[in-house]
Design a protein around this ligand. Structure first.
Ligand SMILES: Cc1cc2nc3c(=O)[nH]c(=O)nc-3n(C[C@H](O)[C@H](O)[C@H](O)COP(=O)(O)O)c2cc1C
Length: 217
């Protein structure tokens, strides 16, 4: 794994959207947390059991307020810069319990997914690794203003993919996973700590633009 001691402070809530004991997604989330920490990030390890909510009902919300799981997910999101979710694919989409938790949390004001950095992972015994579910999951997050990293990692044949120490058995796949995580962290770190990078003239260092194409303000 790459060591990156010079990274500016950045923190992520990492959790799996499976409640299942022995979940492949929980194993992948644990691996993601390890890689983030090895590369200088802070991790809050969450679990879906902490965020699970009864089915959304606006009457219940009006009468009783938010359930414990929604409060907890909001609290944990607000302490972090971003989140990493490893989600199972159910019927080519996201699991209902995850969408339900997102729906509850989306009713808070301010809405805590807005402007948070997100990375989506999936694991499945299938050959596509649950990737279709992640495309479905992007939709509510994009709608809620989360900045979802373009690359998503889907672990195919997850029942054969892990070593007993939690690493991926295929070394090249492990490298690709590490790279995906580190690239996401770089992007989140740059957005958090260097927000002027696109406005200042550092994008084309060494270039001497003519006035007509000079975009410096
Ligand atoms: C209701 C249901 C629907 C599923 N649909 C899909 C699917 O569309 N694609 C897929 O790859 N696996 C599907 N699976 C299999 C899951 O990927 C598999 O159970 C996986 O291990 C669940 O993730 P977990 O190990 O993290 O709990 C489905 C499983 C269930 C229970």
């Amino acid at each position: 794994m790459n060591e990156s001691p010079s990274r500016e402070q950045i923190g992520f809530l990492v959790f799996s959207a499976s409640l299942r004991k022995g979940s492949f997604n929980t194993r992948l989330a644990a691996l993601a947390a390890e890689v983030i920490e090895a590369n200088g990030g802070d991790v809050d390890r969450g679990s879906m059991a902490e965020f699970d909510c009864p089915s959304y009902n606006a009457d219940v919300q009006d009468r009783d307020g938010f359930p414990t799981g929604a409060h907890e997910l909001r609290r944990r999101l607000e302490r972090c810069d971003g989140f990493v979710i490893s989600s199972p694919e159910y019927n080519a989409s996201m699991p209902g319990l995850l969408k339900n938790a997102i729906d509850w949390v989306s009713r808070f004001d301010p809405q805590p997914f807005n402007e948070r950095y997100g990375l989506l992972l999936s694991a499945s015994p299938s050959m596509v690794g649950g990737n279709r579910g992640l495309w479905a999951l992007r939709v509510p997050f994009e709608h809620l203003g989360a900045q979802i990293y373009p690359d998503m990692f889907s672990l195919a044949q997850a029942h054969h993919a892990f070593e007993s120490d939690g690493q991926l058995a295929d070394e090249r796949l492990q490298d690709r996973f590490n790279m995906n995580i580190v690239n996401f962290m770089d992007s989140a770190e740059a957005n958090k700590h260097y927000p002027c990078v696109k406005r200042a003239w550092v994008e084309y260092l060494g270039e001497h633009p003519e006035p007509i194409i000079d975009r410096v303000q």
